[in-house]
Write a protein that binds this ligand. Structure first.
Ligand code: GLN
Length: 540
């Protein structure tokens, strides 16, 4: 089987939704029976986004194999329901690191190491590595950034060479651009798109398909004009109108035959028409809710839309599965205190405390958890959210006034959350946390067991601190119990309060595993508990 390669580039501005368009195309091809994967090449020098602040780059997504990646990989998994891995996200930093390591080893002995051919060769290697696995008939590679940027140049050159080497029928370039609407003129303007395509052409690449992001529908005349000035077939100008939900985009692309035009150009059989039955029924449940539920999301990056992307999407999936509109209200943890918490959280039927790092906003998180615990409001604490639940319980129920995480106060008298043994000697910050999927055994008769409907699960992690087992007896005695443990090292993965209707804290990140096809049971059951339904309905 020879793999076909599709490259997706972007022009005019960033944030046009290349990730969603790539995921939508992949969904349509998958729905026709093709095996597809998506890869993101990011033109920044960080080796991965793990060391980036969410303000810089949105959420850091984590794969099963422990890669800290761009959040677009989350979209790929949510759309395709197929796990991604380190190979699906490569940055300029990683490419340079590989090339420099090779240079030091002497792999290029005698040669001058240069952007062309060494960096471009390494970029091409990263693409073919996925294709050569023999698993995928189609590899879609999304090039981050905007064509014309200095950082993107080696990638665009690598794509140019790749097409020459693999053949023009085995490769395809889709360029995503913006068609702005000028209010004063009352017109959509195609000139920026023409210029962006010219930039691409000047770098030796003729795009095969243009996807045009636009607020208003392009008429046939506009499409023809774009096709004429950009050397495209008339059926190869696709509009991407602003959508009410990202999950509409595959259907919008299908309406304009994006998938069949792609298959025709890469000379693959049309096979069956896409089977989108399940996707459509998800959309119909999403758009026709019978209930509304109010969920509070407490975190310190809430002002940034993308900081908790996977949690937001997991709630969308969970809501659709219960035909329930989930209204998420974000609360900045720095703004919550004992005085205002009741008024602020009034009307919230469920509370999530988000993952995070560092001391800022810790007090507000603890306050929100106390409120959820004392008022029997369904609560889900994720990673730092779980750790805060342990601190809160330690301080307010067990009476350990100094209970804290060693992350927040290394000298604390009661480090109920402590640094993991394996982390003590870690000095580098990048890629050194406990990362990726680990097994967790669930206690029979626990809420966790009822939620998952089985006794062993695997979830993804990203942390350095853990529940301090020296305090286990104090917790169990007062009513907070560990209901999920890592079977190898006894690390507490889940805590819950059996007396509370729904209070659960998880050391892992369930949000990374929620997809359209498989809404995550923790979020599904949080929503059910919040609307007052019995939670013990296993979903998988
Ligand atoms: N800062 C905490 C730790 O490192 C929690 C991490 C997280 O929420 N992802 O353990």
């Amino acid at each position: 089987m020879s793999t076909k390669y599709i490259f997706v580039t972007g022009g005019v501005t960033s944030s046009l939704g290349k990730g969603i368009v790539s995921a939508s195309l992949a969904k349509l091809l998958q729905a026709r029976g093709y095996s597809v994967t998506i890869q993101k090449l990011d033109p920044y020098i960080n080796v991965d986004p793990g060391t980036l602040n969410p303000y810089e780059h949105g959420e850091c997504y984590v794969t099963d194999d422990g890669a800290e990646t761009d959040l677009d990989l989350g979209h790929y998994e949510r759309f395709l329901n197929v796990p991604t891995s380190q190979a699906n996200n490569v940055t300029t930093g990683r490419i340079y690191q590989t090339v420099i390591d090779k240079e030091r080893r002497g792999d290029y002995l005698g040669k001058t190491v240069q952007i062309i051919p060494h960096i471009t060769d390494e970029i091409k290697n990263c693409v073919t590595k996925l294709g050569n696995k023999g698993t995928y008939e189609i590899v879609i590679t999304e090039i981050g950034g905007t064509v014309g940027d200095i950082e993107s140049l080696p990638y665009v050159e690598a794509v140019r060479q790749f097409r020459y080497e693999h053949g023009y029928k085995n490769t395809l370039v889709i360029h995503l651009t913006l068609i702005p609407y000028l209010n004063a003129a009352g017109e959509l303007k195609t000139k920026p798109t023409q210029h962006s395509v010219k930039t691409l052409q000047s770098l030796g690449i003729q795009p095969d398909i243009l996807v045009c992001r636009t607020e208003y529908s392009l008429g046939e005349d506009q499409k023809r004009k774009i096709a004429l000035f950009c050397n495209l077939d008339n059926n190869s100008v696709i509009e991407s109108l602003d959508a009410s939900t990202i999950y509409d985009v595959p259907l919008m692309m299908a309406d304009q035959n994006l998938d069949s035009v792609v298959l025709e150009k890469i000379e693959l059989p049309q096979r069956n028409t896409p089977d989108l039955t399940n996707w459509k029924s998800f959309l119909s449940r999403l758009k026709n809710p019978v209930n509304t539920v109010h969920i509070a999301l407490v975190g310190k990056y809430v002002e940034l839309q993308d900081a908790y992307k996977s949690i937001q999407e997991a709630l969308v999936h969970a809501g659709a599965s219960s035909e329930c509109k989930v209204e998420v209200t974000s609360f900045h943890s720095e703004e919550l205190d004992d005085e205002n918490v009741a008024a602020a959280l009034e009307g919230m039927q469920g509370i999530i405390v988000a993952p995070g790092f560092g001391r800022r906003g810790l007090g507000g998180k603890i306050t929100a958890i106390k409120y959820a615990r004392e008022n029997n409001i369904p609560f889900l604490g994720i990673c730092l959210g779980m750790q805060c639940a342990v601190i809160e319980f330690g301080r307010n129920v067990i009476g350990l006034n100094e209970a804290n995480s060693a992350e927040m106060d290394p000298q604390t008298e009661h480090p109920v959350i402590d640094i993991m043994e394996q982390q003590k000697d870690v000095t580098d910050m990048g890629g050194t946390m406990r990362l990726g999927a680990y097994t967790c055994k669930l206690e029979a008769d626990s809420l966790a067991h009822a939620i998952y409907g089985r006794s062993e699960i695997s979830e993804r992690h990203r942390h350095r601190y853990e529940f301090n087992n020296n305090y286990m007896d104090n917790y169990v005695e007062k009513g907070m119990v560990p209901s999920g443990m890592n079977p190898e090292n006894n690390l507490v993965e889940i805590v819950e309060i059996p007396e509370h209707p729904f209070f659960i804290g998880v050391q892992f990140h369930p949000e990374y595993r929620s997809t359209v096809a498989n809404p995550h049971p923790l979020f599904v059951n949080l929503v059910k508990a919040a609307i007052g339904e019995k939670h013990a309905i296993a979903v998988n």
